[in-house]
Design a protein. Structure first.
Length: 188
């Protein structure tokens, strides 16, 4: 009975020892599925939570597309899929930001700093990231820019001059960076 226990203990020691064996190592980098460090992913989730709390306290959106985006931003990605009617696809396509020019990715950090006041453009940057030779640490750069630019309010958090639209696009961008966008189910 004790032999399997010792085997398991040796296996765990062999896997974990390299992480802590160096005296200079104070922590280790744990990558999530979204390729963000655990601490940045947690901060992004907290920013999303604050933004969702802020959105709930706002008056209902009167614009059909903004209302749709808000319902999507408030959807829990771990629950049932978000239901989207076919008639909403075309208006949503028009609401999407245009593609960013390829020059935007040459000095990615400067581009993000320049466009931080437009979360909709940041959404486009992450959506259109080049598949070959993407900017180094692009997920972290975008996530930290959004996390650090969130304005904290008593009712939660928002982006730029309490703007529902900016807050919606910031949530959608952070969720995409975390690979936690709610799934969409088309309904007739």
């Amino acid at each position: 009975m004790t032999r399997p226990f010792y085997t398991l203990l040796l296996l765990l020691t062999g896997l974990l020892l390299p992480l802590f064996s160096s005296a200079e190592v104070n922590s280790f980098k744990l990558q999530t599925e979204a390729e963000l460090t655990l601490s940045i992913a947690q901060e992004a989730e907290e920013a999303i939570d604050r933004a969702q709390r802020w959105l709930i306290t706002q008056s209902p959106a009167t614009n059909r597309i903004e209302n749709l985006l808000q319902r999507y931003a408030l959807t829990n990605p771990k629950e049932a899929p978000f239901q989207l009617y076919r008639c909403d696809i075309t208006p949503l396509e028009y609401a999407m930001p245009p593609p960013e020019p390829m020059e935007s990715y040459t000095n990615f950090t400067a581009t993000v700093e320049h466009t931080i006041r437009s979360p909709k453009r940041l959404f486009a940057l992450q959506r259109d990231i080049p598949r070959t030779n993407p900017p180094e640490n692009w997920r972290e750069i975008l996530a930290l820019a959004l996390i650090n630019s969130q304005k904290i309010a008593p009712t939660g958090g928002h982006w730029d001059a309490p703007s529902r639209e900016n807050t919606l696009w910031a949530i959608l961008t952070l969720r995409a960076l975390l690979n936690e966008s709610p799934t969409v189910q088309l309904v007739e």
